[in-house]
Unconditional design. Structure first.
Length: 238
């Protein structure tokens, strides 16, 4: 049996671990999958709760371009493993500490894309809303945010895929995920490592496709995606 076929068999059927006495693979992967999704969901949700309101405010008042670009550059430059290692070294292991590290990883694409989306919102629509007597909060909620939603969803999509991939190293910090078979090959075997890697890849592809669909659905009719892409290159959102 080839390694690839063995990896598929590992995903579909349980087997005894390399060390014996424990069943791995098949249905035994479901708790790891759930933990992986839970860690990803919580991390991205916290990142959205922090980055979106901050970026909406900065974009609305026309400040923070330097912050947006700096956060984007730092997010690309800092290795994920180094970020998690830093949190483990100073805060210890556990779900909360790993989540904080992944939140910092998820914030840059969301913050940058949201800021760019607000700044590139149709100025005529914004001025018309202001002329109608809308408050700043109403303009953000009814005009700028709807027009920025495609880029906001693009940032969230990037963050979700990044966090799914990075969560594979969470077991190094004491949090079980689909990365456990990848890291602990002595227990799961080479086929288990490959099978878990295939599952993570499929999960990332599924998340990419889902959020791409959501991004298309929230794009207002009449809004040119080509124009949005061109005008957002100045800050190079994720």
């Amino acid at each position: 049996m080839s390694e690839f076929a063995g990896a598929i068999d590992f995903i579909l059927h349980e087997r005894e671990s390399q060390t014996g006495g424990t069943q791995v693979g098949g249905q035994q992967l479901l708790p790891l999958l759930w933990d992986h999704l839970q860690l990803t969901g919580v991390s991205v949700a916290v990142a959205v709760a922090i980055a979106v309101p901050l970026a909406l405010w900065l974009g609305h008042v026309g400040r923070g371009e330097l912050l947006a670009t700096s956060v984007a550059n730092v997010g690309r430059a800092v290795p994920s493993l180094a970020l998690i290692a830093f949190f483990v070294a100073y805060l210890g292991v556990g779900f909360t500490n790993v989540t904080l590290a992944l939140v910092l990883l998820a914030i840059p694409p969301i913050l940058t894309n949201t800021y760019v989306g607000v700044r590139q919102a149709d100025r005529d629509a914004v001025d018309a809303a202001r002329g109608m007597g809308m408050t700043g909060a109403q303009i953000v909620r009814r005009v700028e945010l709807p027009l920025a939603l495609p880029l906001v969803m693009g940032g969230i999509r990037t963050s979700v895929v990044n966090v799914i991939a990075t969560a594979t190293i969470a077991p190094l910090a004491g949090v079980a995920t689909l990365g456990d078979p990848i890291i602990a090959a002595g227990v799961y075997g080479t086929e288990g490592r490959l099978g878990a890697a295939i599952l993570v890849a499929l999960l990332a592809v599924a998340a990419e496709a889902l959020f791409a669909l959501l991004q298309r659905e929230v794009t207002p009719r009449g809004l040119s995606s080509t124009r949005t892409a061109k005008t957002s290159r100045r800050l190079k959102p994720a």
